[in-house]
Design a protein around this ligand. Structure first.
Ligand code: GDP
Length: 279
């Protein structure tokens, strides 16, 4: 699922994207609604140049609905249209088609003036790994044709898939790198499972996740893990208590913080802790 990005990969991905972008009318930038900033590629604006584009906030089932609405508003203020979807269920997909038509309305008008009727809009999906590109394409297409490979910027055997009379989609998504220089961004991407766990071990991540819950969403945490004096306790002691609560004990009856950390991260990633937005 995860890829290691090296400068060579990034250069290749950028070049491939720029070539593909020439072929499309609109670029659909898929992001994870839990991290609408950290899951964006830092060079998106330059790479797409002046091509119409809009943002799709995916995985809304895992994000805080109130914050999702705020993000949509924020993007709007930046003149970047956005819609929110759940690629697994298909919720919100009609709004994506509407947004694509809206983004291309100048082109449609231009075609009409030139007497070119019924030229379909061509779109491509782009995003960093794990934001749900393949799931989203499969749902749009309605059958399992989208490739799930994660090689940077694959364009071999490119195909257009007609998803509506007036909309065609490039079957292969553009895969871009995340920004990893920033530690906070790295942490957020690791929380949602978008970067390799080996980069940051489970325990470090779990400690940071406890800190996140202390600052934000305290009550949601306490509902799941009713720890006494949560405020006053150090994150490490909180992890130990969580392990005890779950009866995760190592050989000498010591709380097994390592196993707990893995479990806690898993619970967070698949929405078992609730729906949260990290930024
Ligand atoms: P890609 O790397 O961008 O192509 O991402 P995938 O399509 O492989 O999806 C990554 C993971 O996210 C998979 O486990 C998907 O099932 C899951 N996923 C995709 N969209 C959604 C969504 O809207 N909600 C939830 N809960 N999971 C999703």
């Amino acid at each position: 699922m995860n890829i290691q990005w090296y400068p060579g990969h990034m250069t290749k991905a950028r070049r491939m994207m720029q070539e593909n972008i020439k072929l499309v009318d609109v670029v659909v930038e898929l992001v994870d609604a839990r991290v609408p900033v950290s899951s964006r590629n830092p060079e998106m604006a330059q790479i797409t140049n002046n091509k119409p584009r809009f943002v799709v906030l995916n995985k809304i089932d895992l994000a805080d609905p109130k914050r999702t609405a705020e993000w949509i508003q924020k993007f709007k203020e930046e003149s970047l249209p956005s819609v929110c979807v759940n690629a697994r269920t298909g919720e919100g997909l009609p709004a994506v088609l509407t947004a694509a038509r809206e983004a291309c309305k100048d082109k449609i008008a231009r075609d009409k003036r030139r007497g070119m009727m019924n030229r379909p809009i061509r779109a491509m999906i782009v995003g960093i790994p794990n934001v749900g590109k393949s799931t989203f394409i499969n749902k749009l297409v309605g059958r399992a044709t989208a490739k799930t490979g994660n090689k940077p910027g694959v364009t071999k055997g490119k195909q257009w898939i007609k998803i509506k009379k007036d909309i065609e989609l490039l079957d292969t998504p553009g895969i871009l790198w995340p920004k990893f220089e920033d530690r906070t961004v790295g942490l957020r991407l690791a929380f949602i499972g978008s970067i390799r766990e080996e980069i940051l071990d489970a325990e470090t991540l779990a400690l940071e996740l406890v800190r996140f819950f202390k600052n934000d969403y305290r009550n949601d945490f306490l509902q799941k893990y009713p720890i006494e004096d949560f405020e006053g306790k150090e994150p490490h002691d909180i992890l130990r208590e969580m392990a005890k609560m779950r009866n995760l004990l190592a050989s000498h009856g010591e709380p097994d913080v390592h196993r707990l950390s893995k479990m806690f991260l898993e619970e967070f990633r698949n929405g078992k802790m609730g729906s949260f937005t990290l930024e």
